[in-house]
Write a protein that binds this ligand. Structure first.
Ligand code: URA
Length: 211
C-alpha cells in the first residue's frame, strides 16, 4: 500500500528502536528512552526541507557565506497526551522551537473529538508547524487537531508520528491533502477498538506507565 502523503523513515536505527518499543516486555523507562532517541531521528527527517538562507560570518580564518534556517522559529504542536513523548526528543534537536498543545477527547455519545485545551504560539501563519502524535490510528483526533491549527492560521503543516495505520493515513490525505505525514512504520490495520495492529499498544500508557 502506498500513499502520496506519507514518508516512512526506514533508517536502520529507527527500525531497530521501533522493534524494541513494540516488544511488550520493554520497561516504561526503556520505552521512554527509546521514544526520545527515535523522536530525534524522526525530527531530522521531518525537518529535511526547511527553508534556508545564507548568513555572512567570520570563521577564525576568514569571512564566508554560510547556510542558516530561514524565517520564524518553527512551531511544534503536541497532541495531548501522548504527543508529549514525541515532543521531548524533537525539542532536543530543535531547542528554539515554539511549542503548543492541543487537547482533544472523544465524546462517548457522538464519538467525535471534542477540544478541551488549545494553546499555540503566536504567528502560526508565518511558521512551519509540526504536529506530533505517536499514533495515527483512525485519524479522527489528528484530523481534528489539524482543523484547529488551520483555523488558528497555520498554512504550512507537517504531521509526525511513530506508527501509522492505513485508515488514518487515508483519512488525513482526504481531509488535509496538503499535510505530509512522516512516520517510522505503516502497520497493517486497526482492530475493532481502534488500536493499530501489530502496533505497540497504548502509546500514552506505555510512555507514562499508566497501565
Ligand atoms: N493510540 C494508541 O496509543 N495506540 C494505538 O494502537 C492506537 C491509538
Amino acid at each position: 500500500m502506498t500513499f502520496d502523503n506519507l514518508t516512512i523513515v526506514d533508517h536502520p536505527l529507527v527500525q531497530h528502536k521501533l522493534t524494541l518499543m513494540r516488544e511488550k516486555d520493554t520497561s516504561t523507562a526503556g520505552f521512554r528512552q527509546l521514544l526520545r532517541e527515535i523522536s530525534m531521528l524522526l525530527a531530522y527527517e521531518v525537518t529535511r526541507d526547511l527553508p534556508m538562507t545564507m548568513k555572512n560570518i567570520e570563521t577564525p580564518l576568514m569571512e564566508m557565506d554560510s547556510p542558516v534556517l530561514k524565517g520564524k522559529k518553527l512551531a511544534l504542536i503536541s497532541i495531548l497526551r501522548a504527543g508529549n513523548g514525541l515532543l521531548d526528543g524533537v525539542l532536543e534537536l530543535i531547542p528554539s522551537a515554539r511549542v503548543g498543545f492541543v487537547g482533544l477527547y472523544r465524546d462517548h455519545k457522538t464519538l467525535q473529538p471534542v477540544q478541551y485545551y488549545f494553546k499555540v504560539p503566536e504567528g502560526l501563519n508565518n511558521r512551519r508547524v509540526i504536529a506530533v502524535d505517536p499514533m495515527l490510528a483512525t485519524g479522527n483526533s489528528s484530523v481534528a487537531a489539524i482543523d484547529l491549527l488551520k483555523a488558528a492560521g497555520a498554512t504550512d503543516i507537517r504531521f509526525l508520528c511513530l506508527l501509522a495505520a492505513p485508515e488514518g493515513v487515508k483519512r488525513m490525505a482526504e481531509a488535509h491533502p496538503d499535510v505530509p505525514v512522516v512516520t517510522a512504520a505503516l502497520d497493517e490495520k486497526l482492530n475493532e477498538l481502534g488500536y493499530i495492529l501489530p502496533g505497540l499498544g497504548d502509546a500514552g500508557d506505555r510512555m507514562f506507565g499508566t497501565k
